[in-house]
Design a protein around this ligand. Structure first.
Ligand code: CO
Length: 134
């Protein structure tokens, strides 16, 4: 059911510093920052030939990544994003398998303008999984 790895997300407390590391130290192509108030984050995408890295920094008071950064002050891998052809069909199949979909179970529009859902890390090898409709 899952297809390509769309991106690996890394949560950071200092987005400018993280952007410099990827752009200047590692020599990657990076996007301009994009605020996603509905998700409580600001993102910068690092474009690699085979996938992307999503740098995530908190936006607003109750950002969903605030707790993660409190536990991981240096930042860390936050989630993996896999592409699916049909996000509603994927969600219904996963729910039937007993997997927990986070939030109200309805897809939100993600950083690429595509519907996304998040799956409970306890059901997926301790890793937060994002599904993005390709
Ligand atoms: Co993501």
């Amino acid at each position: 059911m899952i297809g390509r790895l769309n991106h690996v997300a890394i949560a950071v407390s200092d987005l400018d510093a993280a952007t410099r590391i990827y752009r200047d130290t590692l020599g990657a192509r990076v996007s301009a920052p994009l605020s996603l108030p509905e998700h409580g984050v600001i993102t910068v995408f690092v474009e690699l030939p085979n996938t992307k890295i999503e740098l995530l920094a908190p936006l607003g008071e109750d950002s969903p990544i605030a707790k993660f950064l409190a536990r991981n002050p240096d930042g860390g891998i936050h989630h993996l994003s896999y592409e699916v052809d049909d996000i509603i069909a994927a969600r219904d199949r996963l729910k039937a398998e007993g997997a927990r979909v986070l939030g109200n179970g309805e897809p939100k529009i993600g950083a690429h303008g595509k519907p996304v859902l998040f799956l409970h890390p306890k059901d997926f090898c301790g890793t937060l999984v994002e599904l993005e409709e390709a």
